[in-house]
Design a binder for this molecule. Structure first.
Ligand code: MV4
Length: 642
């Protein structure tokens, strides 16, 4: 076994790997960017090496610098985590050329799965079911259109180099095929530098079910399936294992197909074989098809660990160190059911925009596994994925595991950034999801009700007012307390007419615009008239946060911020975060209406449309498509209002 390994990653996955390495007596080396000097993964590791600037291309993607750090610290192996360099075959070869062990599959196995058409051909040869379609080399439009006719509409055009839905077009009518093909090829050429596509039969109401596989280079086993159908714009939101409605017969067929796939490429380490499943007629052994293989440990691996009792990182380290498979297929079994919810710093009502901020307060319930890379006081910066934590629950049945997830989400406390916590709670309570009725369209179909923000109850206003003036503090303010009757003061919460009167060292009256006053008392948490239980919350980072089943973030009035927003901000459109300018839609001299699309910025794997804050004439365009810009960079300037 290794004495020391280097982890070429950051955040929760780096911390996750360190935890197992430490339990195995293996020393760990963290690498970090300038932005991560005080990050949790650095604090947890035995040693840390600074590898460069905050942008990933200057640090976490610098394979050469990372390999040198491993050599300088005497690490024998490199664990890549997920993302960054984890599926880069050139990096694998460089690691091995440096005399180090890559904790993962061979460069050749990664390459075999890198392009969809070649992977599909390879899988078909290995006896793995693939979606009916054309994945040959002939890219002549007439030939592809003929293939679509032969497959039967609707069809899906997919970029062979694609992923996450990029370069993908649904064609329902043969008359639209040529236009869709041109547009898919254009997008693929820009995004991947490879415009080759394949054509597939379109699976209606698909489910995403993936098999965890594990190989030692010769032999392979599977560790059952995960259902990742709950996605939004190709981002997984809640995952679970096993898949609801899975039959023993279908599991056996999928498991066998996944093991065949792994063995066909001599797979070593942890991998995932993704299948698309036709959910329209229930799960059937002949209703699943290979989509792609992920040649890494996945974000959602903890649900598999929960139902199998296997530590997948331990297995990765053992196999990388030369051991054979730790366990035979017959010795693996499923116990109960598990869920994972991904907690993100994001503004859900604003369209799931990634958010940033200092986590002034952060607490996870001790009834669930919480995999995180941050602690209270840490900053969610615009440089990296804004995931705060993964909340994982397990139970003897799906219903119990889901109830535990709901409770764990209700007991999760975050202040300092907006999060998707309320959205996750709404999903956990969604009737269809609760019934196990999942497909990849659930979130999109019910988006309005899932993101709806219920009106605040009077007791929530009362609690927020009490927190805003610090009634919960150890030495509650006596200012304003009068024995001759309540003295009302205005509460500095935005967008509400709210008054509070302190009536004692631990008590207050709160009144919302004209309604009856509510009583608030402090008593190890806030006791509020009308509230179902003691209210938990904090006032931090310019907002009041109420915790519980329906978490709330209520902004405090900030006069400085309001002044700047109304001034220069309206004339200049700034990049809200660092990113790549994908498109500019306007030219100098052009008249634009309020809300007109000005530019698209790609940041953190998402496209953000920047719009005009007011009507006006474009004075200047300050960036061009393809430019990498910093946060706050001016992109478009409007002429001064006359
Ligand atoms: C499909 C499909 C329907 N039929 N292929 C989306 C991303 C890429 N990895 C594959 N995707 C899909 N491929 C056929 N032949 C529907 C999707 C799809 C999807 C798949 C998995 C999870 C979420 C999805 C959301 C929309 C579309």
């Amino acid at each position: 076994m290794f004495d020391k390994i280097l982890i070429a990653n950051r955040g929760e996955i780096a911390c996750r790997i360190i935890r197992t390495a430490r339990a195995m007596g293996i020393r760990t080396v963290a690498v970090h960017s300038d932005a991560d000097t005080h990050a949790l993964h650095v604090a947890m590791a035995d040693e840390a090496v600074l590898i460069g600037g905050p942008a990933p291309r200057d640090s976490y993607l610098r394979g050469d610098v990372i390999i040198r750090a491993a050599q300088d610290t005497g690490a024998q192996a490199i664990h890549p985590g997920y993302g960054f360099l984890s599926e880069n075959p050139d990096f694998v070869e460089a690691v091995e050329a440096a005399g180090l062990v890559f904790i993962g599959p061979s460069a050749q196995a990664i390459r075999a799965m890198g392009l969809k058409d070649a992977a599909k051909a390879l899988m078909q040869e290995a006896g793995v079911p693939v979606v009916p379609g054309y994945h040959g080399a002939n890219q002549d439009p007439e030939h592809l259109s003929g293939a679509a006719d032969a497959i039967g509409y609707p069809v899906l055009i997919k970029a062979v180099a694609g992923g996450g839905g990029k370069g993908m077009r649904l064609v329902e009518d043969p008359a639209q095929f040529m236009d869709a093909l041109a547009s898919a090829k254009g997008e693929a050429a820009t995004a991947f530098g490879n415009d080759a596509v394949l054509i597939e039969k379109y699976i209606i109401k698909p489910r995403h079910i993936e098999m965890q596989v594990f190989g030692d280079g010769t032999d392979a086993v599977h560790l059952f399936e995960r259902d990742c159908s709950l996605q939004r714009r190709h981002q997984k939101v809640i995952e679970e294992a096993p898949a609801p409605g899975m039959t023993e017969e279908m599991r056996a067929a999928m498991g066998q197909a996944a093991v065949r796939a792994a063995k066909a490429i001599g797979y070593k380490g942890a991998g995932t074989v993704e299948f698309i499943v036709d959910g329209s007629r229930g799960l059937r052994p002949d209703g699943f098809w290979f989509m792609e293989m992920n040649t890494r440990l996945q974000v959602e691996h903890p649900v598999t660990e929960a139902i199998t009792g296997v530590d997948l990182v331990e297995w990765q380290l053992r196999v990388a160190a030369g051991e054979g498979l730790p366990c035979a297929q017959e010795a693996l079994s499923i116990t109960g059911h598990a869920f994972e919810a991904r907690l993100y710093a994001e503004d859900v009502p604003a369209g799931f925009l990634p958010a940033t901020g200092r986590l002034e307060h952060l607490r996870f319930p001790d009834t669930a596994r919480a995999d995180t890379g941050v602690r209270a006081g840490d900053v969610i910066s615009p440089w990296y994925d804004p995931m705060i934590a993964k909340i994982i629950t397990h139970g003897p049945t799906r219903a119990i595991a889901l109830k535990r997830l709901e409770a764990a989400l209700g007991g999760t406390q975050v202040a300092g950034s907006v999060t998707n916590l309320a959205f996750l709670g709404a999903l956990a309570r969604h009737d269809g999801f609760r019934a196990g009725d999942v497909d990849t369209g659930v979130i999109a179909r019910d988006l309005d009700s899932l993101v709806a923000v219920p009106e605040l109850a009077p007791w929530e206003w009362a609690a927020a007012a009490a927190l805003a003036i610090g009634l919960d503090a150890i030495r509650a303010p006596l200012a304003g307390f009068s024995t001759s009757g309540p003295i009302w003061q205005q509460v500095p919460l935005a967008d509400v007419d709210l008054r509070i009167a302190v009536t004692g060292p631990r008590a207050a009256l709160v009144q919302v615009a004209g309604q009856d006053p509510a009583v608030v008392a402090r008593d190890d948490g806030l006791r509020v008239a009308g509230a179902p239980e003691l209210v938990c919350g904090v006032c931090a980072g310019g907002a009041v946060c109420l915790f519980g089943p329906v978490p709330r973030v209520l902004a405090l009035v900030d006069p400085l911020h309001r002044a700047s927003g109304a001034g220069a901000g309206a004339d200049v459109v700034l990049a809200p975060m660092p990113g790549l300018v994908k498109a500019i839609f306007v030219a100098p001299g052009e008249e634009v209406a309020e809300g007109a699309r000005l530019a698209i910025l790609e940041a953190m794997k998402m496209e953000h449309t920047l719009v005009a804050a007011r009507a006006g004439r474009v004075a200047e365009v300050l960036a061009s498509p393809g430019a990498q810009v910093e946060a706050g960079a001016a992109l478009v300037r409007l002429e001064d209002e006359a």
